[in-house]
Design a protein around this ligand. Structure first.
Ligand SMILES: O=C(O)c1cc(=O)[nH]c(=O)n1[C@@H]1O[C@H](COP(=O)(O)O)[C@@H](O)[C@H]1O
Length: 233
């Protein structure tokens, strides 16, 4: 496998494998990693993950598991059996859930990275208030990242706006994985806590998850290359 030369993870949020593989077939696997999320996985199942791996890509399986500890540990185990590079759970599932998942991976000797979503990048203060959390997103991100680190996971999903604060509290190799990335002038869509690709890297982010700015572009490959070229080295 060739070394991967960028921190970019392209979210393959396509309706089916045909569309997802059409983009994958136009990208060199050294350019980026690929994320398979709920829509594509529900439609196509593990076969689309294998098809991407056969093309030389490292895959982030983004199913954001959130359930009782045994169920999540078993689901994470199944993801690791697929040989994915990274898998995620919701940190709000709590300590016992995250610990059970981490222990299951350790028992199997898997190298899959296990990370936890703190506060979705589409959420802002008002969204948290409606679910009973009358605090700023950054405060909840701080709490859940501390819990995640204490449970021994490899990192968190957060917004790049929280990266400087989290990097101070959690030195590398604790991974900061940030969706809500938008090149200057791009539509925010349903995202709320956003940042541009170069600013996110300057803030200390490890991996930039980018979907629609690439997948909905008239020329996804050129847009991806432009984003990578815009990053500080
Ligand atoms: O875990 C994720 O990947 C994730 C967490 C989060 O807080 N926000 C978030 O947008 N995501 C995912 O990251 C991708 C972002 O896509 P775009 O908004 O199109 O760039 C989507 O596939 C989301 O499911």
């Amino acid at each position: 496998m060739k070394p991967i030369n960028s921190p970019v993870v392209v979210a393959l949020d396509y309706p089916d494998a045909r569309a997802a593989l059409a983009l994958a077939d136009r990208i060199d696997p050294s350019l980026c990693r690929l994320k398979v999320g709920k829509e594509l996985f529900t439609r196509e199942g593990p076969s689309v993950v294998r098809a991407l791996q056969e093309r030389g890509f490292e895959v982030f399986l983004d199913l954001k598991f959130h359930d009782i500890p045994n169920t999540v540990a078993s689901a994470v185990h199944a993801a690791a059996d697929l040989g994915v590079w990274m898998v995620n759970v919701h940190a709000s599932g709590g300590r016992r859930m995250m610990t059970a998942a981490r222990e299951r991976l350790a028992q199997g000797g898997y190298s899959t990275l296990l990370i936890a979503v703190t506060v979705l990048t589409s959420s802002e203060r008002g969204d948290l208030a409606e679910i009973g959390l009358d605090i700023e997103p950054v405060e909840q991100v701080r709490r859940l990242a501390a819990l995640t680190a204490d449970c021994g996971l490899h990192g968190v999903v957060c917004s790049a706006q929280e990266a400087v604060m989290l990097r101070q509290a959690h030195p590398k190799p604790f991974a900061l994985v940030t969706p809500g990335i938008r090149p200057a002038g791009a539509a925010g869509d349903d995202q709320r806590r956003i940042m541009t690709p170069p600013m996110a890297i300057e803030a200390g982010v490890d991996y930039l998850v980018i979907g629609r700015p690439v997948t909905q572009s008239a020329d996804p490959v050129a847009t991806l290359k432009d984003i990578i070229a815009s990053l500080p080295s």
